[in-house]
Design a protein around this ligand. Structure first.
Ligand code: PRP
Length: 216
Protein backbone atom coordinates (compact mmCIF):
# COMPACT_ATOMS: atom_id res chain seq x y z
CA UNK A 1 0.00 0.00 0.00
CA UNK A 2 1.37 3.43 -0.84
CA UNK A 3 2.01 5.73 2.10
CA UNK A 4 -0.62 8.18 3.28
CA UNK A 5 0.62 11.59 2.17
CA UNK A 6 0.27 14.62 4.39
CA UNK A 7 1.28 18.08 3.21
CA UNK A 8 2.55 20.35 5.99
CA UNK A 9 2.81 24.13 5.87
CA UNK A 10 6.54 24.79 6.17
CA UNK A 11 7.74 26.70 9.22
CA UNK A 12 5.99 27.05 12.55
CA UNK A 13 2.96 24.88 11.73
CA UNK A 14 5.36 22.18 10.49
CA UNK A 15 7.22 22.20 13.82
CA UNK A 16 4.02 22.06 15.87
CA UNK A 17 2.61 19.27 13.70
CA UNK A 18 5.81 17.22 13.93
CA UNK A 19 5.77 17.71 17.71
CA UNK A 20 2.19 16.45 17.84
CA UNK A 21 2.96 13.46 15.59
CA UNK A 22 5.95 12.51 17.76
CA UNK A 23 3.79 12.67 20.88
CA UNK A 24 1.34 10.42 19.06
CA UNK A 25 4.15 7.88 18.67
CA UNK A 26 5.32 8.46 15.08
CA UNK A 27 9.08 8.48 14.49
CA UNK A 28 9.80 11.81 12.78
CA UNK A 29 13.62 11.58 12.68
CA UNK A 30 13.70 11.97 8.89
CA UNK A 31 11.85 15.32 9.15
CA UNK A 32 14.04 16.51 12.01
CA UNK A 33 17.13 15.75 9.89
CA UNK A 34 15.61 16.73 6.56
CA UNK A 35 18.22 19.12 5.17
CA UNK A 36 16.69 20.46 1.95
CA UNK A 37 14.54 17.37 1.23
CA UNK A 38 10.84 18.07 0.72
CA UNK A 39 9.26 14.59 0.86
CA UNK A 40 10.05 12.56 3.95
CA UNK A 41 8.85 9.30 5.50
CA UNK A 42 7.59 9.22 9.09
CA UNK A 43 6.55 6.39 11.41
CA UNK A 44 7.43 3.08 9.79
CA UNK A 45 7.11 4.64 6.36
CA UNK A 46 3.29 4.33 6.37
CA UNK A 47 3.06 8.12 6.22
CA UNK A 48 4.90 10.53 3.95
CA UNK A 49 5.29 14.20 4.83
CA UNK A 50 5.37 16.78 2.04
CA UNK A 51 6.66 20.25 2.96
CA UNK A 52 4.95 23.09 1.08
CA UNK A 53 3.90 26.71 1.29
CA UNK A 54 0.49 27.26 2.89
CA UNK A 55 -1.58 27.93 -0.24
CA UNK A 56 0.16 25.05 -2.05
CA UNK A 57 -0.89 22.64 0.73
CA UNK A 58 -4.47 23.33 -0.32
CA UNK A 59 -3.64 22.88 -4.02
CA UNK A 60 -1.98 19.49 -3.40
CA UNK A 61 -4.83 18.25 -1.22
CA UNK A 62 -7.57 19.48 -3.57
CA UNK A 63 -5.91 17.80 -6.52
CA UNK A 64 -5.55 14.53 -4.63
CA UNK A 65 -1.73 14.25 -4.80
CA UNK A 66 -1.73 14.58 -1.01
CA UNK A 67 -4.41 12.85 1.08
CA UNK A 68 -4.15 15.24 4.00
CA UNK A 69 -2.82 18.68 4.78
CA UNK A 70 -2.08 20.93 7.74
CA UNK A 71 -2.80 24.57 7.02
CA UNK A 72 -3.95 27.68 8.85
CA UNK A 73 -7.60 28.69 8.82
CA UNK A 74 -6.42 32.02 7.38
CA UNK A 75 -5.18 30.29 4.21
CA UNK A 76 -8.37 28.19 4.06
CA UNK A 77 -10.55 31.31 4.30
CA UNK A 78 -8.52 33.02 1.58
CA UNK A 79 -8.06 30.07 -0.83
CA UNK A 80 -10.29 27.23 0.33
CA UNK A 81 -12.43 25.51 -2.23
CA UNK A 82 -13.21 21.80 -2.12
CA UNK A 83 -11.82 19.57 0.60
CA UNK A 84 -12.88 18.46 4.06
CA UNK A 85 -11.70 20.26 7.16
CA UNK A 86 -11.54 17.38 9.63
CA UNK A 87 -9.79 18.65 12.75
CA UNK A 88 -8.92 21.89 14.53
CA UNK A 89 -5.38 21.15 15.73
CA UNK A 90 -5.48 23.87 18.38
CA UNK A 91 -2.08 25.40 17.63
CA UNK A 92 -1.08 28.25 15.31
CA UNK A 93 -3.65 30.40 17.08
CA UNK A 94 -4.00 34.00 15.95
CA UNK A 95 -6.75 36.22 14.56
CA UNK A 96 -7.54 38.45 11.64
CA UNK A 97 -7.58 42.12 12.48
CA UNK A 98 -8.24 45.45 10.82
CA UNK A 99 -5.49 47.82 11.96
CA UNK A 100 -4.39 51.35 11.21
CA UNK A 101 -2.07 54.12 12.32
CA UNK A 102 -2.39 55.19 15.92
CA UNK A 103 -4.30 58.46 16.27
CA UNK A 104 -6.26 58.19 13.00
CA UNK A 105 -10.00 57.56 12.80
CA UNK A 106 -10.51 54.93 10.11
CA UNK A 107 -14.29 55.33 9.89
CA UNK A 108 -14.33 59.12 9.63
CA UNK A 109 -15.04 60.84 6.31
CA UNK A 110 -16.85 59.58 3.23
CA UNK A 111 -13.90 58.90 0.96
CA UNK A 112 -13.33 55.33 -0.26
CA UNK A 113 -10.79 53.66 2.00
CA UNK A 114 -7.77 51.72 0.77
CA UNK A 115 -6.87 48.49 2.56
CA UNK A 116 -3.56 46.66 2.13
CA UNK A 117 -3.57 42.92 2.79
CA UNK A 118 -2.16 39.51 1.93
CA UNK A 119 -5.78 38.31 2.14
CA UNK A 120 -7.91 40.13 -0.49
CA UNK A 121 -10.78 37.62 -0.38
CA UNK A 122 -11.06 37.72 3.41
CA UNK A 123 -10.87 41.53 3.29
CA UNK A 124 -13.54 41.83 0.58
CA UNK A 125 -15.87 39.51 2.51
CA UNK A 126 -15.33 41.44 5.75
CA UNK A 127 -16.17 44.82 4.21
CA UNK A 128 -19.06 43.41 2.18
CA UNK A 129 -20.53 42.39 5.52
CA UNK A 130 -20.37 46.04 6.55
CA UNK A 131 -21.78 47.24 3.22
CA UNK A 132 -18.65 49.34 2.75
CA UNK A 133 -16.94 49.90 -0.62
CA UNK A 134 -13.17 49.76 -0.33
CA UNK A 135 -10.13 49.52 -2.59
CA UNK A 136 -7.85 46.55 -1.89
CA UNK A 137 -4.11 46.52 -2.55
CA UNK A 138 -2.47 43.08 -2.40
CA UNK A 139 0.83 43.00 -0.50
CA UNK A 140 2.95 39.85 -0.19
CA UNK A 141 4.43 40.33 3.30
CA UNK A 142 5.11 42.85 6.08
CA UNK A 143 1.77 44.48 5.27
CA UNK A 144 2.32 46.84 8.21
CA UNK A 145 4.50 48.92 5.88
CA UNK A 146 1.58 50.02 3.68
CA UNK A 147 -0.13 52.48 6.06
CA UNK A 148 3.26 53.67 7.35
CA UNK A 149 4.32 54.55 3.80
CA UNK A 150 0.96 56.16 3.05
CA UNK A 151 -0.15 53.49 0.58
CA UNK A 152 -3.26 52.49 2.52
CA UNK A 153 -5.64 53.73 5.23
CA UNK A 154 -5.50 50.42 7.06
CA UNK A 155 -4.51 46.75 6.80
CA UNK A 156 -6.25 43.45 7.27
CA UNK A 157 -3.70 40.96 8.56
CA UNK A 158 -3.13 38.22 11.07
CA UNK A 159 -2.20 39.25 14.59
CA UNK A 160 -0.71 36.87 17.09
CA UNK A 161 1.03 38.69 19.95
CA UNK A 162 0.32 42.18 18.59
CA UNK A 163 3.99 43.16 18.85
CA UNK A 164 4.50 43.83 15.11
CA UNK A 165 1.61 46.32 15.17
CA UNK A 166 2.79 47.92 18.40
CA UNK A 167 6.42 48.28 17.34
CA UNK A 168 5.28 50.01 14.15
CA UNK A 169 2.83 52.45 15.71
CA UNK A 170 -0.28 50.65 14.47
CA UNK A 171 -3.38 49.82 16.51
CA UNK A 172 -6.21 47.34 16.13
CA UNK A 173 -9.42 48.91 14.84
CA UNK A 174 -11.36 45.62 14.91
CA UNK A 175 -10.18 42.12 15.68
CA UNK A 176 -13.43 40.24 15.45
CA UNK A 177 -12.81 39.42 11.78
CA UNK A 178 -12.14 35.72 12.50
CA UNK A 179 -10.25 33.44 14.93
CA UNK A 180 -7.54 31.31 13.31
CA UNK A 181 -5.74 28.04 14.12
CA UNK A 182 -4.15 25.16 12.21
CA UNK A 183 -6.57 22.69 10.61
CA UNK A 184 -6.19 19.14 9.34
CA UNK A 185 -7.77 18.94 5.89
CA UNK A 186 -8.46 15.91 3.71
CA UNK A 187 -8.96 15.25 0.04
CA UNK A 188 -12.59 14.26 -0.55
CA UNK A 189 -11.80 11.02 -2.41
CA UNK A 190 -9.04 10.01 0.04
CA UNK A 191 -11.48 10.41 2.90
CA UNK A 192 -13.65 7.72 1.32
CA UNK A 193 -10.91 5.44 -0.05
CA UNK A 194 -8.53 5.60 2.91
CA UNK A 195 -11.07 6.28 5.64
CA UNK A 196 -9.59 3.94 8.28
CA UNK A 197 -6.01 5.17 7.95
CA UNK A 198 -7.11 8.80 7.97
CA UNK A 199 -9.37 8.26 10.97
CA UNK A 200 -6.61 6.49 12.87
CA UNK A 201 -4.16 9.34 12.30
CA UNK A 202 -6.76 12.06 12.99
CA UNK A 203 -7.88 10.32 16.20
CA UNK A 204 -4.31 10.04 17.47
CA UNK A 205 -3.65 13.71 16.67
CA UNK A 206 -6.88 14.75 18.38
CA UNK A 207 -6.04 12.70 21.50
CA UNK A 208 -2.61 14.37 21.78
CA UNK A 209 -4.14 17.78 21.18
CA UNK A 210 -6.61 17.19 24.01
CA UNK A 211 -3.81 16.06 26.34
CA UNK A 212 -1.96 19.31 25.54
CA UNK A 213 -5.10 21.33 26.32
CA UNK A 214 -5.52 19.59 29.70
CA UNK A 215 -1.84 20.28 30.54
CA UNK A 216 -1.93 23.98 29.70
C1 PRP B 1 2.65 37.70 10.42
C2 PRP B 1 1.66 38.83 10.20
C3 PRP B 1 2.20 39.92 11.05
C4 PRP B 1 2.84 39.16 12.21
C5 PRP B 1 1.92 39.18 13.40
O1 PRP B 1 3.72 37.92 9.58
O2 PRP B 1 1.57 39.16 8.84
O3 PRP B 1 3.15 40.68 10.37
O4 PRP B 1 3.00 37.81 11.79
O5 PRP B 1 2.49 38.58 14.52
P1 PRP B 1 2.53 39.31 15.94
O6 PRP B 1 1.16 39.82 16.24
O7 PRP B 1 2.93 38.21 16.91
O8 PRP B 1 3.56 40.40 15.88
P2 PRP B 1 4.78 36.82 9.22
O9 PRP B 1 5.73 36.63 10.35
O10 PRP B 1 4.06 35.58 8.80
O11 PRP B 1 5.59 37.50 8.03
P3 PRP B 1 5.10 38.22 6.68
O12 PRP B 1 4.27 39.41 7.06
O13 PRP B 1 6.35 38.64 6.02
O14 PRP B 1 4.32 37.21 5.92
Amino acid sequence: MKPLRIALTKGRLEKDTIGLLEQAGYDCTAVREKGRRLILPIGNGEIEVVLAKAADVITYVENGVCDLGVVGKDTIMENGRSFYEILDLGFGKCRFALAGKEGTDFYSGYNEKTIATKYPNVTRFFFEGKGMDIRIIKIEGSVELAPLLGLSDAIVDIVETGSTLKENGLVIIEDNVAPISARLIANTASLKLRKNEIEELANKMEAEKNKAIVKS
